[in-house]
Ligand binder design. Structure first.
Ligand code: B12
Length: 209
């Protein structure tokens, strides 16, 4: 069952994802198992793209399929009271259009008890600053980047937040496939985590400081 979820995402069968996820759930798969299999599917898609076996349109339709799959299981990812830990400003940096990972971080962060303000994709550094300043009850900001080229945008975003004095109010979390703890330290971020589940745990810790 889980294998069919993975297969449907890899092949970008948009119409099949909802019934396939439902079937997997009916057969006892957990939402976490389903999420894991969809993430594994995106790794396969990435490798196929790298090997020129598929191109951007196929990558896009696989992404849409995963997004619909995530929407199907979202109600099952039960959580704490929304807003208990204040607000969490989240976005993908300027020049970067990847949002599946960011959206998953948003879902987990919301389930952990934050009210998420999602700024979307291709977000200029100044927008992060504006959103933080406009929301005094925001304690953590999450910045996502998926391309090695947009890591520099992330550096700039963190710098702008620091220069604007936002560190007095918020902790800055960074993440995305090319990001490492060493890079996070280098650019002055407060935290890095490799996935959405650990992002939620870390955000709670930071908001409680
Ligand atoms: C889907 C996809 C796309 C889709 C994105 C659609 C969308 N709505 O997101 C489209 C087709 C638009 C796309 C475009 C491109 N892509 Co693309 N894409 C991918 C792919 C296959 C999957 C990404 C994904 O969703 N992964 C699944 C999610 C769940 O994982 P994740 O994003 O890593 O997120 C997790 C963690 O990183 C972390 N996390 C993420 N954000 C944050 C934030 C915080 C604060 C924290 C704490 C944690 C965190 O938690 C998440 C959940 O656990 C990857 C391959 C891969 N294996 O990643 C390539 C990949 C990222 N793309 C790549 C490339 C090259 C491109 C293009 C340049 C292609 C082109 N020639 O046009 C363009 C760039 C467009 C742009 N300006 O952004 C390369 C990047 C190479 C590099 N090192 O820079 C990759 C690695 C493919 C490859 N192997 O070559 N892409």
């Amino acid at each position: 069952m889980i294998e069919s979820v993975k297969d449907v995402v890899v092949r970008g069968k948009l119409k099949l994802i909802q019934p396939t996820v439902q079937e997997a759930l009916d057969n006892g798969a957990s939402p976490d198992d389903i999420l894991d299999s969809m993430m594994a599917a995106m790794d396969i898609v990435g490798t196929k793209f790298q090997n020129n076996e598929i191109y951007v349109p196929e990558m896009l339709v696989a992404a849409k399929t995963m997004q619909r799959g995530v929407a199907t299981i979202k109600p099952l990812l039960a959580g704490d009271a929304v807003g208990k830990y204040g607000k969490y400003v989240l976005g993908t940096v300027a020049g970067d259009l990847h949002d599946i990972g960011k959206n998953l971080v948003g879902i987990m962060i919301e389930a952990a008890g934050f009210e998420v303000i999602d700024l979307g994709i291709d977000v200029p550094a100044e927008k992060f600053v504006e959103a933080v300043k406009a929301n005094p009850d925001c304690k953590v900001v999450g910045v996502s980047a998926l391309l090695t080229t947009t890591m520099e945008s992330m550096r700039n975003t963190v710098k702008c937040l620091i220069d604007a004095g936002c560190k007095d109010q918020v902790k800055i979390m960074v993440g995305g496939a090319p990001i490492t703890q060493a890079f996070a330290d280098e650019i002055g971020a407060d935290a890095y985590t490799p996935d959405a589940a650990s992002a939620a745990a870390k955000a709670k810790e930071l908001a409680s400081l």
